[in-house]
Write a protein that binds this ligand. Structure first.
Ligand SMILES: O=C[C@H](O)[C@@H](O)CC(=O)C(=O)O
Ligand SMILES: [Zn+2]
Length: 273
């Protein structure tokens, strides 16, 4: 488990490209036959990737950094299957997920394991002090919010999976946003939410394309050049918005003080620097 310390916004202007990437970009979560995890001190979020090979069962364990008997002892977990289909086993129950389906695993679940054939399971976990039931939300059964317009190149569908009116959780709020063909911008006008950390994982982006992801305080932004199936950790003070050289989708996941999706501080486009 890689450990990432929290950063102060005053550090951002002093970071060069490598330092920005080292602190905020998670470029290599998915490796065949492995589970990889990154622990961030931003709201103690853990990001992970599990890629079981044919016939393989990968088990999520409590790594020493968590000082627990099992991974979900004091944590809840959101899983999104990418590329799918694949199966997540939670305390003996098998949950079959297709591309972009979500499984929420409640705190107290002892066994979490992954089976698939090249399926990339994306994991987001946060500390949890209450146990909520393990549940599936399917992409095909989730009514999307239709956002944006063609004139601003940001027509997109947003599906909320883990949220107060959907799958109940302790901290996690999680879903998937997908851009229409010809649209490239997400989350513009941008926003911050000082009560939550948010992580984006971009997907369905062709290998030769990139997303230019904006981060930093609204008045002092920097960018990361992000490839397919790479994640960005956005501290509470940071905007999180991007434009691709092609359409894409992204998994967004938040953890922190509240679960109110609309608790955002919007930033007008002309205020960004
Ligand atoms: O706080 C909410 C998050 O930034 C995302 O849900 C925004 C998003 O998916 C979008 O505008 O497309
Ligand atoms: Zn946000």
């Amino acid at each position: 488990m890689e450990n990432r310390h929290a950063t102060h916004p005053d550090q951002v202007p002093g970071f060069d490209t490598d330092a920005l990437r080292a602190h905020y970009l998670v470029p290599d979560l998915f490796a065949p036959g492995e589970i990889r995890t990154v622990h961030s001190h931003q709201d103690r979020v853990v990001l992970g990737g599990a890629v079981p090979g044919p016939g393989q069962v990968l088990e999520l364990t409590a790594e020493p950094a968590l000082r627990g008997e099992f991974f979900c002892e004091r944590r809840e977990l959101g899983v999104i299957a990418l590329g799918g289909p694949g199966t997540v086993i939670a305390d003996g129950t098998e949950h079959r997920l297709e591309h972009r389906d979500c499984l929420y695993v409640g705190a107290g679940t002892r066994e979490v394991a992954f089976r698939g054939d090249g399926t990339r399971f994306y994991l987001v976990s946060a500390p949890a002090h209450a146990a909520h039931p393990t549940r599936v939300a399917r992409h095909a059964d989730t009514e999307p919010a239709r956002l944006g317009a063609q004139v601003t190149a940001n027509v997109r569908e947003l599906r909320k999976y883990v949220h107060p009116a959907g799958i109940a959780s302790d901290q996690l709020v999680m879903g998937v946003t997908e851009l229409a063909e010809g649209s490239v911008w997400n989350t513009m006008p941008a926003h911050t939410h000082d009560r939550r950390t948010e992580c984006y994982l971009y997907f369905d982006l062709p290998a030769e394309h990139r997303v230019l992801h904006l981060l930093g305080e609204p008045g002092e932004t920097r960018h990361l050049v992000v490839g397919d199936e790479q994640a960005v950790i956005s501290p509470s003070w940071s905007v999180h918005s991007g434009a691709g050289t092609h359409r894409y989708g992204f998994v967004w996941a938040m953890a922190g003080e509240n679960q109110s999706f609309d608790d955002m501080d919007h930033v007008a486009v002309a205020e960004l620097r």
